[in-house]
Design a protein around this ligand. Sequence first.
Ligand code: GLU
Length: 488
Amino acid sequence: MTIKTRFAPSPTGYLHVGSLRTALYSYLFAKKHNGVFLIRIEDTDRERYVEGSVEALIHVLNKVGLTYDEGPVLQDGHLTEKGDYGPYTQSKRLEIYQQYAQQLLEQGSAYRCFCSKERLEKLRSDQQLAKLPTKYDRTCVGLDSKEIQTRLDKQEPFVIRLMIPEGETTFKDEIRGMITIQNSEIDDQVLLKTDGFPTYHLAVVIDDHLMGITHVIRAEEWISSAPKHVLLYKLFGFPLPSFAHLPLILNPDKSKLSKRQGDVAVEDYLKKGYLPEALINFVALLGFNPSGDREIYRMAELIDSFDLTRVNKSGAVFDLTKLNWMNKQYIRSIEPKRLMDLAAPFFDETLNFSLDQKERILEVEKERLTTLQDLSPQTHVYHTIPEFDKELLIWKKADQQDALHHLQQLEMTFRNADEHIFTDRALIEDLIKKYIEVNQYQNGNVLWPLRVALSGQAQSAGPFELVWVLGKKESMKRVQQAIEKILS
Ligand code: GLU
């Protein structure tokens, strides 16, 4: 049997980090078992629909590398789809849901309900006042066929409700184990609304079945809906898929992860310069850890080690400090070409660096970045040296004369050095170290004034790196300017 999983977001605007984890676990599970992963758009709640969300979702999934075998795709900027089980957007499947709802009506497993919104609201508030569970009271179950026909002829609006049978419902959750619920606790769920749209519950069961989903992996918030779904599977005679409900993602104060305590949109993290690889790694470990202490896993390793039954039951805390740490690790270790592709939009274009300069800047500055957004302010020094006080040129164990002497010597050393030395960081280091060693100077006496002459800053990249990025001409110019500063 081919394993098939799905990610079924509602297009409500952006991709929540919790949803990214749901998508990722579904993806990892499918890939681990050489299965199929599909995307389905659950847009039956028209009030929550946000224009452009599907396109945005496809962009984000592409960026983070969650490739899927079936579902909506963008082709030349237009939405279309791939796969043999479409349409993959629920609003395009209305007739299918209507047919299945009809089947339940005919089976006597569902009934039409003509109750008005006002009546249902009153029922609800009366039940709440009486401290009773809020459930539909089945007034419309008693309607005879003649009355139903009269009301249909009058075109009275109605919904179709599931007739929850007596008994109890049991199913196995791959993470939580066996779950049993008394059917008396389940409301007669609306399946089809007055406008002919299905509710989530009807649509999800039909689609998961027709699309051949073998493992339903989704957020914990849906676990209370699962018994209704199990009942529907049984009433339709569909085989049950496996269910896995993923634990909540929490704020550090253990409340449910919310916008109020920080960003929740994956798009925002990408915009801030978190690497897709780091986000994937971080999100993967929210609720699952392949082995003990290790924290860094690339996608292929996650696929290899993913095990649904080892997902934690308890909520996982979203720890931004850890994400920052992870992002730093990835910025330092990822392939330079990939880093350049990701970092390119973060350069300040008004500074007009060449590609070669950008590559060197990135190589040097990556050691000091937490996110790629930190890059732009750190690049200005390679364009224009900031104003600084000449006192800064003097190392703490030296004086002005000493700084002046070394800067003059270094200026001469640079002038006499061959151009090709400046294209190689190691050769630059050799050149400067030789000057220090031959004369038996201390590093600080030489490297401090040089670094400040090149950067104008108390803290910056190292002097060899600065020379490497700036090149011979600009380095010499900055050293000369520092000399003039001291002499002025
Ligand atoms: N459309 C639901 C959501 O956006 C998905 C629920 C499910 O995966 O069954 O959360």
